[in-house]
Design a protein around this ligand. Structure first.
Ligand code: PMP
Length: 385
């Protein structure tokens, strides 16, 4: 039988190519301005890039230790204790991963067994549900309230069972752009108290938070930190999504299980980048100024969007702006976005793609991690809608 006739029984029969790849490809085909996929179109810090280069030229090119370069783990411990006043032990509680995505996948692989229920809030970042399903877990999908994307805690209480193994949090949220408040923390504490429920807290946008609001990391609350795996990404912090470096934090016993899988999945992550990032984040200013940088971008993009017929939704964090288009069209968000790329030359993401049931509030997501000139050129096109 020729090789190409061989059919693999799919483990994810209902998954196709992600909406990000689809929209980016469509944008390229139509030479559209791509505000769909979440990546900056400006360069990372020149000194950081030069530093990676220096480490490469100085021979730091072989396998890093399995859990990550110690210098970087120590720098992360310093950053976390500076921001949240909690100490994670670099030896046993911090692991460097190939981006946030691998951290999430590995954490789920380590903790989720056949039949375990995992609460996931929708709209949900696209890698959550497949990772749970691939490990025999059952995603329990709960929609956030529209339009402020807050958590419906009454619904959460109803859906928690004795099979609930994990609650996934995304704070700040993509694509919700909302953040957790004190009240949410209290609810989480109440619901998990006396249970063995774990929290997988995707905090990849931890540094991109606006209007002087505080990022309520799980690391700040001891009883939550004790049951949490916290995921972070240097791609978001350093404008280097292509480097695919992130990390996770977890109490030692949980981390030991995560590392058992991590070692067989990637073994370890790019060495020279780890050294350069360690030096870079040892200077607090390099992570504390990022919120102001992106707030200026958000405000500029909002001011520009006001010239169009889009209605703007509130954004507390992340580098995305949500907008509704009810004054322009009543078609479904996917067809609206598809037409917008082809006819208007601007790509965005339809938010229904982040729901299992394609819930459609006629809302689309723009990425404003772009040069001012890119945003301005996009708005010139969108004004015509
Ligand atoms: N979680 C969320 C919410 C994200 O938006 C992303 C990246 N778009 C990731 C995780 C993955 O991060 P990384 O690129 O570091 O794998």
């Amino acid at each position: 039988m020729p090789l190409y006739d061989y059919e693999v029984k799919s483990k994810l029969p209902f998954s196709g190519i992600s909406i990000f790849s689809t929209m980016s490809q469509l944008a390229a085909e139509h030479k559209a301005i791509n505000l769909s996929q979440g990546f900056p179109d400006f360069e990372a810090d020149k000194e950081l890039i030069a530093s990676v280069n220096t480490y490469m030229k100085s021979g730091f090119n072989q396998y890093a230790p399995m859990a990550g370069v110690m210098k970087l783990r120590e720098a992360i411990a310093g950053k976390v204790s500076n921001l949240h006043d909690t100490f994670y032990n670099p030896e046993t509680e911090i692991t460097i991963t190939s981006g946030g995505t691998q951290a999430i996948y590995t954490a789920i692989a380590a903790c989720i067994h056949e039949g375990d229920e995992v609460i996931i809030f929708e709209p949900a970042y696209d890698c959550y549900v497949p990772a749970v399903k691939l490990h025999g877990g059952i995603p329990v999908l709960i929609e956030l309230n529209f339009p402020d994307y807050t958590i419906n805690w009454k619904e959460v209480i109803k859906r928690v069972t004795n099979k609930t193994k994990m609650i996934m949090i995304n704070n700040p949220g993509n694509p919700s752009c909302s953040i957790l408040r004190e009240e949410d923390i209290k609810q989480l504490q109440k619901i998990t108290l006396g249970t063995d429920i774990l929290i997988l807290s995707d905090e990849v946008y931890e540094h991109i938070i606006f209007d002087n609001q505080t990022h309520l990391s799980m690391a700040k609350f001891q009883e939550l930190a004790n049951r949490s795996i916290i995921v972070a990404s240097f791609g978001k912090l350093l404008h280097t999504t292509g480097w695919k470096i992130g990390y996770c934090l977890a109490p030692a016993k949980i981390m030991a299980e995560i590392r058992k899988i991590h070692q067989f999945m990637v073994f370890s992550v790019n060495t020279p980048m780890q050294y350069a990032i360690a030096d870079f984040i040892a200077i607090a200013e390099n992570y504390t100024t990022i919120a102001t940088f992106y707030q200026q971008k958000r405000d500029h993009f909002i001011a520009l969007l006001k010239e169009t017929k889009f209605s703007i939704l509130p954004v507390s964090g992340s580098y995305f702006q949500l907008a509704t288009y009810e004054k322009i069209s009543d078609e479904k968000d996917l067809s609206f976005c598809t037409k917008m790329v082809i006819e208007n030359g601007v790509a965005a993401i339809p938010v229904s793609a982040f729901y299992g049931r394609q819930t459609d509030y006629k809302t689309i997501r723009f990425c404003f991690a772009k040069k001012d000139s890119t945003m301005e050129a996009a708005i010139e096109r969108l004004i015509k809608l």
